[in-house]
Design a protein around this ligand. Structure first.
Ligand code: 13P
Ligand code: SF4
Length: 307
């Protein structure tokens, strides 16, 4: 059955001139058939570079929306539209406008894990791998940052001269907030003495402080390669990243820090849902054109800063 589905997918991929972009947390069956697997920044860059007629985004909603806003004239398919990101749900347009009133002149820097209407209000858009660097390049002392309070805190920790105001106060990713904690790090270190611990910046400060390395999903994978890919590496993030890392570095003993850290939304995408989407050329991502234009400007302004 699996083989039949893969064969069907190959035919459709060719016929539709499609590219399949998958996030590092996707299930193995999806990572295995993707044209590219990466973190949020890499997915955005790939979406920008592609000349395919159709982009299939295997990830959560904001990733598919990002691909579409960078490719207004291409067909972008998100195979399961209700695969959302609960972190994005924390931020409303009203909260951003209120924060701007309270801090006139301060730029709004939004994590890419946000909805399109919020992005349309942003000056800059960052990912976990670009947040510290981009904010460090801004001249402003005060920066409004949302919706992840842990990433905001991570930026503040790295840039002590800046005042980072979290918008809203308590935005978080439930997977990282509750399943990648200091207690999980301590337990894992007891169980695997000598292991290197890598933590995503969406995890709480107490967990990050106990890490050997903090970075985005793809930065964590690169760290394994840069440190020789020998011995045990515990990945303090969603469990799907371990599959990706093991595939790239088979000599390393890679384990999720907490195998129960599962993003249910990421796992809604299946091989079958991708085949069906390519067959029907649906569900397509359609965006409000005014919001998309504003969000694209913020996104392009941010990507330009790294050129
Ligand atoms: P990365 O950009 O590090 O892959 O993070 C995406 C995400 O949703 C983390 O939970
Ligand atoms: Fe959103 Fe958290 Fe899932 Fe990442 S792991 S997509 S931040 S809910």
């Amino acid at each position: 059955m699996h083989r039949e589905l893969v064969e069907k997918l190959e035919t459709l991929r060719r016929r539709r001139r499609a590219v399949i972009l998958a996030h590092n947390y996707q299930p193995p069956e999806v990572q295995d058939i993707a044209d590219f697997v990466g973190d949020s920044l890499e997915l955005a860059r790939k979406a920008m570079e592609t000349d395919a007629d159709v982009i299939v985004l295997a990830g959560v909603r904001f990733m598919a929306e990002t691909a579409k806003l960078l490719n207004p004239d291409r067909i972008v398919l998100h195979p399961v539209p209700d695969a959302g990101c609960p972190l994005a749900d924390f931020l409303t347009v009203n909260a951003i406008r209120e924060a701007r009133r309270e801090h006139p002149g301060a730029p709004v820097v939004l994590y890419i894990n946000s909805h399109l209407d919020a992005k349309a209000e942003a000056d800059y858009i960052v990912t976990s791998s670009s947040a510290v660097k981009l904010v460090s390049m801004l001249e402003d002392d005060t920066v409004l940052f949302g919706p992840d309070r842990n990433l905001a805190d991570y930026v503040a920790e790295n840039l002590p001269g800046k005042r980072i105001v979290p918008v809203p106060l308590h935005g978080h990713c439930p997977v990282h907030q509750y399943l990648i904690t200091a207690r999980h790090v301590e337990e894992a270190r007891r169980r695997y003495p000598g292991a290197r611990v890598l933590i995503h910046p969406e995890a709480p400060r107490e967990a990050r402080r106990l890490a050997d390395y903090v970075g985005s999903t793809s930065q964590m994978v690169r760290y394994i390669g840069e440190t020789g890919a020998q011995g045990t590496y515990l990945l303090g993030t969603e469990e799907g990243l371990a599959y990706r890392a093991r595939k790239l570095y088979p000599t390393a003993d890679v384990k999720p820090l907490n195998p129960k850290a599962i993003c249910r939304n990421m796992k809604k995408i299946t091989l079958r849902s991708i085949v069906e989407a390519l067959e029907r050329l649906a569900p397509r991502v359609e965006l409000d054109p005014v919001q998309a234009k504003k969000a694209r400007e913020a996104m392009e302004r941010s990507l330009e800063m790294f050129k």
